[in-house]
Design a protein around this ligand. Structure first.
Ligand SMILES: O=C[C@H](O)COP(=O)(O)O
Length: 248
């Protein structure tokens, strides 16, 4: 049985005040039995780490560098994140693929760095609206996933999580129907099963894209959906908690 995971991606939102208030509100409530992960922007990771210490709420980053260390101005190494108490890192989010031109090869390189530092990479995959309308959903999602599945060892893959995020559903209020999401998750799980049937049983596959308290339960009820990657709704502690409870 896979333990569900609900991850909040704050994207480029927040301040010290907001980080303090949101995490206080989260920790004052009964925490969901599903694992909860928050991914604030880099400058607030240390503050979040100290607020979350001993709480059981996990801390993630939104990206890491593709190199171990060196003259890479502006980059943040996976080892630095691990040093701060970060356990997970989002990689290949569609906003990075789109605005920073991140390729499948780069995402794999970042995943290697994350794993070497002991972090769990959350690899984001998903098709654009044009790709879905052109009937290319499976092809795009499999290409993005295969770069990871073929580039890492079976042992490394035990630490990997995939997040399926149809680009057309991100921040738009349009959500994939539970069945649309399940179809892609089943496809992903069968691709994982080709590497190792045992790995396919244990690997977490999250859904992301306009997940809200009112649609979370129906998505999380699907066989191959093991939780969510939440954007907008993770900036509101009540909504984030409600989504967590929907994953129980
Ligand atoms: O990483 C999170 C996703 O991009 C979903 O964002 P959203 O919940 O605001 O649609």
């Amino acid at each position: 049985m896979r333990q569900k995971l609900v991850a909040g991606n704050w994207k480029m939102h927040g301040s010290r005040e907001m980080t303090d208030a949101l995490l206080k509100q989260l920790l004052a409530a009964r925490l969901p039995t599903a694992a909860m992960l928050v991914c604030p922007p880099f400058p607030y990771l240390q503050q979040a780490a100290s607020s979350l210490q001993g709480s059981g709420v996990l801390l993630g980053a939104q990206d890491c560098a593709a190199n171990e260390s060196g003259a890479y101005t502006g980059e943040v190494a996976a080892t630095m994140l691990a040093d701060l108490g970060v356990s997970h890192v989002l990689l290949g989010h569609s906003e990075r693929r789109q605005y920073q031109q991140e390729t499948d090869a780069l995402v794999l390189q970042k995943a290697q760095q994350a794993l070497a530092a002991g972090l769990k990479p959350v690899i984001c995959v998903g098709e654009t609206l044009a790709e879905r309308e052109a009937g290319q959903t499976e092809q795009v999602v499999l290409r993005q996933a295969q770069a990871i599945l073929q580039g890492l060892t079976a042992q490394q893959l035990q630490q990997v999580i995939f997040a399926y995020e149809p680009v057309w559903a991100i921040g738009t209020g349009l959500t994939a129907t539970p069945q649309q999401a399940q179809d892609v998750h089943a496809l992903l799980r069968s691709a994982v099963a080709e590497v190792s049937p045992q790995l396919a049983e244990t690997m977490l596959l999250l859904y992301g894209g306009s997940v809200k308290p009112d649609n979370a339960a129906s998505l999380f009820a699907m066989t191959d959906i093991d939780g969510g990657l939440i954007g907008g709704a993770s900036l509101d502690a009540d909504q984030f908690l409600a989504i967590g409870y929907a994953a129980e």
